[in-house]
Design a protein around this ligand. Structure first.
Ligand SMILES: Nc1ncnc2c1ncn2[C@@H]1O[C@H](COP(=O)(O)OP(=O)(O)O)[C@@H](O)[C@H]1O
Ligand SMILES: [Mg+2]
Length: 257
């Protein structure tokens, strides 16, 4: 069966706009785990979860300028930080009754000059066959040319969606969807309509090294061009992840037409 891919933004599960790094929003993480647990108990859908780094990763990657130059210590510090968040998410999911295991992109992905050139998927496939939710995250990844680079959770989505032929794809963030100039949710974005909307879509309001909303929309448009649609919705609101998982029309749909 084709898997569902759900990405939860770092903005949802960490206090991303606080000056104090590494504060996980435990109540939100537990709420999401319970929404996922109740979906998993009623459905035999395979699910892949990806989470962002939020304040476990972005401030560290910024401090060590990982987008500009290779820094071995910064690479370690950033990976160690996001791994802490990943452990918190996994504890919460497993405690809520969702069998889940970590998959660290540092160990399964490779960049060449910033481009994702390999991704080991076999472990993920075995987990899915066994009903386990693989939990990936934004991470640092070794780069054949540059030494290392930052792989955002948003960029993992199109890669996995294409390789694993995902059926339902969505990113839960801290906004109700992609917003227009009046802060109203744009119900649908296509590669055609994007040209007009692009000027209203920006990066993140918080410390973010990976492109914020514009980065997300760009990744999803790439998928839309290949005929695969996806959604951006608000996972900070109670019940929205559940509604997304059940296939409801939430947030912004990004589709080819
Ligand atoms: N047009 C837009 N619609 C919605 N959000 C936008 C828009 N332009 C910029 N943003 C910013 O992008 C943020 C979401 O991106 P990001 O912080 O990277 O979230 P995540 O943690 O979910 O990856 C929003 O909180 C908002 O500050
Ligand atoms: Mg982001």
């Amino acid at each position: 069966m084709n898997p569902v891919i759900l990405k939860i933004g770092g903005s949802v599960i960490t206090a991303k706009d606080s000056d104090i790094p590494e504060q996980a929003k435990l109540a939100d993480i537990d709420r999401l785990s319970h929404e996922i647990a109740s979906f998993k108990s009623e459905s035999d859908s395979k699910l892949i979860l990806i989470h962002g780094a939020g304040s476990f990763g972005h401030p560290q990657a910024m401090k060590y300028k990982l987008n500009e130059e290779f820094n071995a210590r910064g690479t370690y510090i950033t990976h160690a930080s996001v791994k802490k968040l990943n452990s918190i998410v996994l504890d919460s999911l497993n405690n809520a009754g969702v069998p889940s295991l970590p998959v660290h992109p540092l160990n399964s992905c490779l960049f060449d000059n910033g481009k994702l050139v390999s991704f080991q998927l076999e472990q993920i496939k075995v987990m899915l066959e066994r009903g386990i939710v693989p939990v990936l995250h934004g991470d640092v990844v070794m780069d054949r040319t540059k030494g290392a680079g930052v792989l955002s959770g948003d960029r993992i989505i199109p890669y996995l969606a294409l390789e694993l032929k995902a059926s339902t794809i969505g990113a839960g963030s801290n906004v109700d969807g992609v917003l227009d100039e009046k802060d109203e949710v744009i119900k649908k974005i296509t590669p055609h309509s994007f040209a007009d909307m692009k000027k209203h879509i920006r990066g993140s309001a918080s410390a973010d090294v990976t492109g914020g909303m514009l980065g997300k929309v760009s990744e999803f448009l790439e998928l839309a061009n290949k005929g695969i649609s996806s959604r951006i919705f608000n996972a900070s609101r109670k019940g929205m992840v559940s509604r997304f998982l059940y296939g409801e029309d939430v947030g912004t749909l990004i589709a080819d037409k």
